[in-house]
Design a protein around this ligand. Structure first.
Ligand code: 1GP
Length: 255
């Protein structure tokens, strides 16, 4: 089953690089998707704004609606739904793919390989696309749920060389995608210098998120080398902002 799985979403990531295009992912926190009417309105806006992917997941979920959230999102949007799991319990075969995140900036064995072992049988049986992803937490000016729950120290924001060699090692280990994250709600997004250093260090698709709140910040991440920019908190605070974010993407790619 696993070997037959198509790599549709990863192929889309790759195609972005090859065609010099950019993509926008909206991160939905299942804990904030408990009201069906609000979720419907949210997805109407995501669909209309021109986002490319919907990521679903979180470092810590306190509600029990993860699976219903994934199914509802899938039913209400034509966009690919990609799981961004905080643990092995955040696996649902209704999604199109799962970022199999190994927290390579940290030294917490459970998040480097432990949760993956626990999730592997269900993932194999699901036939879902699994995208091996080197996940790096970068200091975003304050502790975040990701840094606290993972009990790891983020890469210092002024040490792009550390992020670059960490990503390089991840690529050498066979991880197919790199995700640089300042953590949800970060005070400051990841610098262009940091993103560019990682961009030059690896050939994998590069996802960047955490603390991106403006069109200018999204554009800066794209210019520095991000293939996919992820927006969560800013979208929750001001949904209409998504149109401007999508504009940043389209302006960069000249569409
Ligand atoms: C966090 O990259 C995502 O994992 C999005 O962060 O919520 O700050 O946009 P924000």
């Amino acid at each position: 089953m696993y070997l037959r799985t198509m790599r549709k979403i990863f192929s889309r990531f790759r195609a972005l690089q090859e065609r010099r295009r950019k993509a926008l992912a909206v991160l939905l926190d299942p804990d904030h998707c408990t009201d069906p009417d609000a979720l419907r309105r949210t997805l109407d806006l995501v669909n209309a704004a021109g986002a490319d992917f919907i990521f679903v997941g979180g470092s810590l979920l306190v509600e029990s609606n993860f699976h219903s959230c994934v199914r509802e999102v899938k039913a209400l949007s034509r966009l690919p739904v990609v799981l961004f799991p905080g643990s092995a319990s955040q696996v649902d075969p209704h999604a199109d793919a799962l970022l199999f995140l190994s927290l390579i900036s940290g030294r917490n064995a459970d998040l480097l390989i432990g949760q993956h072992v626990a999730a592997a049988p269900a993932l194999r049986d699901s036939g879902m696309e699994v995208i091996s992803t080197g996940y790096l937490l970068i200091d975003g000016g304050k502790p975040t749920a990701a840094s606290y729950i993972s009990q790891t120290v983020p890469v210092p924001a002024d040490k792009p060389e550390i992020a670059a060699v960490t990503a390089m090692a991840g690529e050498m280990l066979g991880l197919s995608t790199i995700y640089l994250d300042a953590g949800s709600g970060a005070s400051v997004p990841i610098s262009g210098e940091m993103i560019a250093a990682v961009r030059h260090a690896v050939k994998t698709p590069l996802i960047v998120g955490g603390g991106i709140r403006t069109e200018v910040q999204a554009a800066a991440a794209f210019v520095a080398g991000a293939d996919v920019v992820v927006v969560g908190t800013a979208f929750e605070d001001e949904p209409e902002l998504l149109f401007a974010m999508a504009g940043a993407k389209d302006a960069f790619t000249g569409r």
